[in-house]
Design a protein around this ligand. Structure first.
Ligand SMILES: C[S@@+](CC[C@H](N)C(=O)[O-])C[C@H]1O[C@@H](n2cnc3c(N)ncnc32)[C@H](O)[C@@H]1O
Length: 166
């Protein structure tokens, strides 16, 4: 029979690892967007029916879900399995048509997107600046939060959010 102390230690360590992994992220740790004014920002970016929305590093899915509530075809890309599962669970509960992809944001192309939302650290934001410039169609909108593009000129700044048009 398994030693109960050994078993308890193993379970505790496993739970701690799962808990810590909730906050991990290669191009930004998990910090959620505050929901106070995100709906307003999404509306300003034109999020609504017949629009394709992508969030790169979608965390717990809150912004994608908000975009789906506004009627957009909303997609999230996230590298943490736990957060992807949680996001899918929340979207199902709300009966919203939001899609969450598990994987690295740099392994995908975003050419169908009308609106892209990014809340990542500066290095990743700078790498995305060139990638999105090449991939997105004319008229698409990119929203950055806290860390911003260096070369694109925003057409709107609202608090921590900057909006750019391709
Ligand atoms: C600062 S949090 C923002 C979460 C969410 N976008 C929000 O605003 O509430 C960054 C998220 O991006 C994810 N992330 C970081 N680097 C990534 C990468 N290369 N590919 C996919 N997801 C990534 C992290 O796991 C984390 O959930």
């Amino acid at each position: 029979m398994a030693d109960p102390i050994l078993l308890a230690t193993f379970i505790t360590i496993t739970l701690c690892c799962i808990g810590l992994s909730w906050f991990a992220g290669s191009d930004a740790p998990y910090v959620a967007t505050k929901m106070d004014n995100i709906k307003d920002i999404l509306k300003r970016a034109g999020t609504g029916k017949n629009k394709i929305f992508y969030e790169l590093g979608s965390g717990d899915g809150r912004v994608v879900i908000e975009a789906a509530k506004l009627g957009a075809r909303a997609n999230g890309v996230e590298q943490s399995w736990i957060r992807v599962w949680y996001s899918r669970y929340k979207a199902r509960q709300l009966r919203l048509n939001a899609v969450f992809f598990h994987g690295n944001i740099f392994d995908r192309s975003y050419f169908p997107a009308d609106i892209v939302y990014i809340y990542l650290l500066s290095n990743a934001v700078q790498r995305l600046e060139g990638k999105l410039k090449k991939e997105l169609k004319q008229g698409s909108i990119v929203i950055t939060q806290t860390y911003h593009f260096k070369k694109w000129r925003p057409f709107k700044k609202a608090g921590d959010f900057w909006l750019y048009k391709v």
